[in-house]
Design a protein around this ligand. Structure first.
Ligand code: GDP
Ligand code: ZN
Length: 456
């Protein structure tokens, strides 16, 4: 349990209807007593109030009334941090909130670091590390599917699997260690067999978890899709259509999109960063060349290309050049201007294609389906309901666990001495413990929680 009491503005900076100042720690109630004047004759001081109650009154600082507030008293352990927590809702506006925070700090609280409330929730055993990480995912989620996956992880969907895995491995390790004192010839063959089966089951679960890494990456970071094609085919129009708003400049004159434009669209629950490129082509003036350089970079780093063609115009040498450039990329061929008569003949190819009209919106749903299929192609089949997915940290550790388990299985198979098997098995068990935070170092916690915002 922490010695000091922390405080922070928990709401985002800027003006708003309300701002919330959060206080957590052993002195939260005493500090609240000193800054808060309850209204009404029968009102009680925060330290005398029952837990989970709301109080109306005023915050004072240096004898002056700062704001009219609602103050929530939440006594440990049923709180976010498992410490005493006080939350003061004051009027929105940065100055008001800052003055309330200042009053709280002057009465003995310390300004919280990013993620420190959640870090305390973790240290006090309310959340394990994967759940704490899910809090950050939840806040950062940009689509409902990403949100649902984060919520599932926060509620322990991933933790339960990992704890079960760790328990199984520890049991196998216990069996194994019980045998270590006996000479090798005294070990019953079915003991070896039993341990073997447990390890195989463990390895299977590790593989299953590893398969969710790609979906986790896609949901957390989104994917980058670059819109390419010669000028005037409708790239900016396509961006606007996918975003459902007029963000990019659409113009009948070629080369208007001077720079790359990036916007995140929600394509069937996947955050897709769409990059409109300034026509990947030669020459032009200084500004245009810079735009072209940026386009090249955008195209190189994209996970997916939307290669747009104007199907109302015949094939051009420029189309041909771009066709060759991008033929080995993961791309969707988008045949735009389907509202006009068709004059385009595409070279033969078995790449996915879709006809669309950015003018009428016809074909938009088909385009989204094609994008969705292409994005998930090559990843594991997904459940209907979003499930918790591992993140990059979990993946790195699980890869280690997998190697250790494979070594342990190999050693068992080759009838090597059991203490060699035990070394690998212990490494695998420790790795799984590291994911949930059973063996977390301060450095690791610093890295994880520094990604949070202040007040969370
Ligand atoms: P970009 O240079 O590839 O970004 O192309 P724009 O999006 O700026 O579009 C070029 C021109 O084509 C504009 O005049 C658009 O209004 C027009 N355009 C775009 N999509 C369609 C479409 O589906 N049908 C028709 N008829 N015109 C379109
Ligand atoms: Zn454009």
């Amino acid at each position: 349990m922490s010695e000091d009491t922390i405080a922070a503005i928990a709401t985002p900076p800027g003006e708003g209807g309300l701002a919330v100042i959060r206080i957590s720690g052993p002195h939260a109630l005493a500090i609240a007593d000193r800054v808060f004047q309850p209204a009404g004759s029968r009102a009680r001081k925060p330290s005398e109030a029952p837990t989970h109650t709301l109080h109306y009154g005023f915050v004072h600082r240096g004898g002056r009334r700062i704001d009219e507030v609602l103050l929530a008293v939440m006594r440990r352990p049923r709180t976010y941090t498992r410490e005493d927590v006080v939350e003061i809702s004051c009027h929105g506006g940065l100055l008001v909130a800052r003055l309330v925070l200042q009053a709280v700090l002057e009465q003995g609280a310390r300004l919280a670091q990013p993620g420190e409330f959640t870090r305390r929730a973790f240290l006090n055993g309310r959340l394990d590390l994967t759940q704490a990480e899910a809090v950050a995912d939840l806040i950062a989620a940009r689509t409902e599917r990403a949100l649902a996956a984060a919520r599932e992880q926060l509620e322990g969907g991933l933790s339960r699997k990992l704890h079960r895995l760790r328990d199984d491995l520890m049991l196998a390790l216990a069996h194994l260690e019980a045998q270590l004192d006996f000479p090798e010839e005294d070990i019953a063959p079915d003991t070896r067999e039993g341990i073997l089966q447990r390890l195989q089951a463990g390895l299977q679960l590790v593989e299953e978890l590893l398969r969710s890494a790609e979906e986790g990456r896609i949901l957390r970071q989104g994917i980058r899709a670059a819109i390419v094609g010669r000028p005037n085919v409708g790239k900016s129009s396509l961006l606007n259509l996918l975003l459902g708003q007029d963000r990019a400049i659409v113009s009948p004159r070629p080369g208007t999109t001077r720079d790359t434009i990036e916007e995140t669209a929600n394509i069937r629950g996947i955050p897709v960063v769409l990059v409109d490129t300034a026509g990947v082509r030669e020459a032009g003036d200084e500004i245009e060349q810079e735009g072209i350089r940026r386009s090249h970079r955008a195209v190189e780093t994209a996970d997916l290309l939307l290669h747009v063609f104007d199907r109302s115009e015949p094939w051009t040498p420029e189309d041909q050049q771009l066709w060759e450039w991008f033929r080995h990329r993961k791309r969707l061929l988008v045949l735009n201007k389907a509202d006009l008569p068709c004059r385009l003949v595409l070279p033969p190819s078995d790449e996915p294609r879709v006809e669309i009209s950015c003018r009428t919106g016809e074909g938009l749903e088909r385009l989204k389906t094609c994008m969705e299929n292409l994005i998930w192609s090559g990843t594991a089949p997904r459940a209907e309901a979003p499930e918790a997915c591992i993140n990059a940290r979990h993946q790195a550790i699980l890869l280690r666990a997998r190697t250790a388990l494979e070594h342990a299985l190999g050693a068992l198979h080759d009838q090597l001495p059991l203490d060699l098997v035990a070394v690998d098995l212990r490494a695998a068990t420790d790795a799984v413990g590291e994911i949930v935070g059973q063996t977390a170092t301060e450095d690791l916690l610093d890295i994880i929680f520094s990604r949070f915002c202040i007040g969370k």
